[in-house]
Design a protein around this ligand. Structure first.
Ligand SMILES: NC(=O)C1=CN([C@@H]2O[C@H](COP(=O)(O)OP(=O)(O)OC[C@H]3O[C@@H](n4cnc5c(N)ncnc54)[C@H](OP(=O)(O)O)[C@@H]3O)[C@@H](O)[C@H]2O)C=CC1
Ligand SMILES: O=C1OC[C@@H](O)[C@H](O)[C@H]1O
Length: 401
């Protein structure tokens, strides 16, 4: 076997998820059986200051010669970077990804990909024009657990998927946690709200089981019916959103399929102990169902329950040695089980593999699929009357945010 190819990353922004991702990136891929690539970080940039970028490089254990930049503009000019990971709030993804693509850089961009579908389309067009790789960083899609679930579906274990329930909700006690309205989860200037931040995972589970598992020529966008409740202090970020989806499908493939995506910052998928958690995701077919246990963004347990009495319970610990025991989840944090990594390395491996293979899109979520999902979120926001400030909804580039 030839020696592994090293992919050189630049990290754009130094907030919570940038720290978790970078620590994961620096875990040796061979510890999870990945032998054909390696990752290194050659630079990081902070829009706050160069010293913040320096501190970030130290905190995450990056190589001593990695460069620290005090602006994103300097980062994208660095000729030694193969791919940039964008870790700003969703409001900024469009402007930041355009900056990278314009400068000729491949991009892995955090979820939600953009604020709206028009921005996602414009990014996809720019990436194609420049012949660059572009992928939305929905890390959950790349977990071995997700690959297994999709394989069970395509192998016909539950028959054609007829219905999916998918919830990703967290009781955040928003008035206390986000009392000044500035936190990115409730701040309209940062495209705050449950839908774009958490609801994207409910939709991810629906799309990766009901849409991605279909032959490409049978993947049709769903009809959407949505109810959206605004978070009262800011009035312009959703607190709880519920979407009913109806996917057209040929009769021979099971006919129309339904799904319900729910998300909330007020109530939890798992009240109380994780051990007593109900399955937040249920994928149902005529022969039985596949259950996935919370949290929807980082599940570690599945259960197949079939009508014939079969029950298959499986645990999916993330491989070690891990990114450290503490991790960050947007408003607080959690702890990996002893010896576990966090799991963001799988999406990084896929992006690196695509670069090695010369692919311009991710294997498990094409740009077309990211755009259809953004279309669904646009429609839910339209039906619920949620509009963000024009400066973050616009496709005009550059726009000062
Ligand atoms: N995949 C996952 O599990 C998770 C993904 N995310 C996603 O990552 C993105 C970032 O979230 P998170 O890390 O929690 O956010 P943070 O607020 O912790 O960090 C965001 C960083 O973006 C930069 N930034 C640039 N402009 C602004 C601005 N106007 N306001 C705030 N920050 C700004 C700052 O870095 P600097 O000063 O260095 O430029 C800041 O530290 C979001 O899109 C979110 O959806 C978040 C949590 C988990
Ligand atoms: O992507 C995410 O996953 C975990 C959540 O806690 C966080 O808010 C979100 O951004």
């Amino acid at each position: 076997m030839s020696s592994p190819k090293t992919i050189r990353w630049g990290i754009l922004a130094t907030g919570g998820i940038a720290v978790t991702f970078t620590k994961d990136l620096l875990v040796d891929p061979s510890t999870r059986g990945v032998k054909h690539i390696k990752h290194t970080v050659v630079a990081a940039a902070s829009s706050s200051s160069r010293s913040r970028a320096e501190q970030f490089l130290k905190e995450t254990g990056c190589p001593a010669d990695a460069k620290a930049y005090g602006s994103y503009e300097e980062l994208v000019k660095d000729p030694d970077i193969d791919i940039v990971y964008i870790a700003t709030p969703h409001s900024h993804h469009y402007q930041n990804a355009m900056l990278c693509l314009d400068a000729g850089k491949n991009v892995l961009c955090e979820k939600a990909f953009t604020v709206n579908a028009a921005q996602a389309r414009a990014l996809a067009d720019k990436a194609r024009e420049k012949n660059l790789f572009l992928m939305e960083a929905v890390w959950t899609r790349y977990f071995p657990l997700s690959i297994y679930v999709r394989e069970q579906i395509t192998a016909g274990r539950i028959g054609p998927v007829a219905r999916v329930f998918a919830d990703n909700s967290m009781a955040t006690n928003p008035e206390e946690a986000f009392h000044d309205g500035k936190h990115r989860l409730v701040n309209p200037d940062l495209a705050g709200g449950a839908l774009l931040d958490l609801g994207i995972y409910s939709l991810t589970w629906i799309f990766q089981t009901l849409y991605l598992t279909q032959p490409e020529n049978q993947r049709k966008p769903p009809k959407v019916l949505a109810a959206l409740k605004n978070y009262s202090p800011t009035k312009a970020a959703d607190e709880t959103t519920t979407i009913v989806l109806s996917f057209p499908r040929p009769e021979e493939a099971g006919g129309e399929a339904h799904a319900i995506a729910t998300t909330s910052l007020r109530v939890a998928t798992t009240p109380g102990s994780e051990a007593a958690a109900p399955p937040g995701i249920r994928i149902q077919g005529p022969k039985g169902e596949i259950q996935v246990f919370p949290p929807a963004y980082r599940p570690t347990r599945t259960k197949i329950v079939l009508n014939d009495g079969t029950v298959e319970d499986k645990e999916w610990p993330q491989p070690g040695p891990g990114a450290g025991s503490g991790w960050y989840n947007g408003f607080g944090g959690g702890k990996n089980a002893e010896g576990e990594g966090h799991g963001m390395f799988w999406e990084a491996d896929e992006a690196a593999t695509a670069l090695v293979e010369g692919r311009k899109e991710g294997k498990y979520e094409s740009l077309a699929e990211s755009i259809v999902i953004m279309d669904v979120m646009d429609e839910a926001r339209k039906q619920g009357g949620l509009v963000y400030p024009e400066k973050i909804e616009t496709t005009k580039y550059p726009t000062q945010l």
